[in-house]
Each structure stands twice: as C-alpha cells, then as structure tokens.
Design a protein around this ligand. Sequence first.
Ligand code: 13P
Ligand code: SF4
Length: 350
Amino acid sequence: MDFSDSLLDQEAQRLFIHLKKFEYTLEDCKKMAMTTLEIQYLKKKKNVLILAHSYQTPDISFGVADELGDSYGLSIAAKNTNADIILFSSVLFMGETAKIINPNKTVLVPSQAGCSLADSITAEDVRALRKKYPNAGVVAYVNTTAQVKAEVDACCTSSNAHKVVEAMEQEQVIFLPDRLMGENLKKHTTKEIILWDGVCIVHEEFSTADVTAVRKEFPKAEILAHPECDPSVLQKSDFVGSTEQMLHHLDESDSQEFMMITECGLTDRARQEHPEKQIVGTCFLCPYMKELTLKNILKALKNPSPNQIVKIPENIRVRAERSLHEMFALEKKYEKKFGSTNNKWKENFS
Ligand code: 13P
Ligand code: SF4
C-alpha cells in the first residue's frame, strides 16, 4: 500500500505524541507509521472495531485500538457494536467470548495466545468435578475456553465474581479455574467454595514484600491490587478490583501516588491517562498478552489465516452463551437486592 511522505510524516508525529512518554523515539514512530496507517485504512474499509485489553503494549493501545478495557467492559463493547468485524487484540479466550455473544460477526484474533488460567482446565475436568460434587453450582471466571464455559452454570469476570457467586441459588459453589481469586472470594461469602488449582502466572508473582517496599519508600502511595493476587497481598493493599475498577479508582482518588499490583500494560495506561499522578513500584509482563503486535494485527486484517478467525462449534457456542447470559442475569439479581456499587473485594481484609 502506498502512502505519501507527508501522510507518513503526519502519522509518525501523531504516534510520537502518544508514545514518547513510553520511551519510543520519533525514529521508532516513523518505522511504525506505514503499519498503523494501513491498519486504519483497513479498519475503515472493512468496518472493523479493534478492542484491546489494557495489558496491550502502548503502540497497540494508543496507536490503533478503538476501545481499551477489562474483560467485562470489552465483552459489553463487543455486544453493542455495529461493526461487521471485531478484532480482539488480546488473548484467545476474550476473542472467543466476543464470538460466543456475536455469532453472526467475524471475530479476528491476531495471535491465538493462551493464558495460564484458561489453559489449566478442560471441559472433561469440569464434568469430573460435577460428578464429584453433584449438588454444587459451577461458576467459571471468563479466563476459560469456550468448551469450559459450555459446561458451567454461569461465568463471571473480576469485576462481578462476588455478585455472581452470591446470587447463585446453591450454597455450595465450584469456582474455577483461579484458586487465588477463589480464596479471595471465600472471605466475602458464607457459601462453601470449592476450588480448582489454576493461577495467573503474572499475579501470583507479587508478594507482600513488594507492597512493604513501596509503603516504606512512598508512604503516601495508594496501593491498588487485582483479585488474581494472593490474599496476603490484597490484605496489605488499599483497593482491590478488576483492571478497569483500578483505573476508575485512580480517576476518582485525590491521592497523587499509586502502586498498581498487576500487569505492566495497566500501569502504562494509567500513566498515559493521568500524567499528573505518579505510578510507583513494580509490575510484571504477561507473556501471552505480549504475543500481540502491530504486525500480526495487520496480517489478521489484511488476509487472516484460518486460525486468526475464531470458530466455535454451534453446540458449544450456544451452551457457553447461556453461561454468559446467566452471568448478566445473576449480576442483576444481586444488584436488585443489594445495589450496584458494592465492590466487595476489599471488605473484610482490613
Ligand atoms: P480484567 O482486566 O478483566 O480485570 O482481567 C485481568 C486479566 O488478567 C485478563 O487476562
Ligand atoms: Fe492470563 Fe494472567 Fe496473562 Fe491475564 S495476565 S492473560 S490471567 S496469564
């Protein structure tokens, strides 16, 4: 594709404005400009919506994405779009979720990146759990494959897990696959929670020593943590929520210093959106999320290979969709009774 020198120059300048705070040089932006212009051209021509999880790299998040968000917000965006094609710049399970709720749209996944949680459990494992605990309800975190979603009673995300579990009619609930999130849930419910031994390889890395070190150096910093972390880390933090809830808290808070206990992409997004606030401390990279690049996004838009187009057998898709619909129904049921603003993750820890 041919773009004039002045258009390429203009695009490089636009990228540089967004990316210079992430240490991209004007030279880096000039090298990227051809790719981002081509992505934008194809986006318009084919009526594509690019959804990107907040853990994506800044060139994707601020160079080509239409919407950034957490699993919950992005699945709503996928549900509401008029675009003909959804390109999901994230790990495979999120692209699958978009396809489950939008069977008539084309959903593209530039890389079929896994996730340590989604890869920890199969549909067969869920069937075995059901046999072992025949009276239990089964809730799956959205970080699961379509096949696993098809086997459970309801899905949940990190922003509504507590509401969904509380609204289940059963008193015994199998929560899978995130053991640490399940242990965190146990602190906020009287239900009997049965766990699966999956972990997020990013969030399990954080320890209370990371929190203590930041508290010592930056005593005024507010510490925000993701519920995929160990309960001991959440206990020492000031706020717990999904990535979008963490950002929302940062938006609303009067504090000037923050530590975000999660993947580095969210820290980058917070720095971009709040240059006036200081984000201190450590973060970790998710190797799966980092499989996404401008190059594989362009390839998927231009000429997708068969594995870049999400396909889910209809018998599985229909059952997985039921679990996702049940998530929204249970969330509503909970909110009708207790209100919508409750973020239970932090309660009982202090
Ligand atoms: P949320 O962005 O939905 O909080 O999830 C975090 C995550 O690890 C997704 O892979
Ligand atoms: Fe999976 Fe953790 Fe990476 Fe999210 S951050 S995609 S939960 S491994």
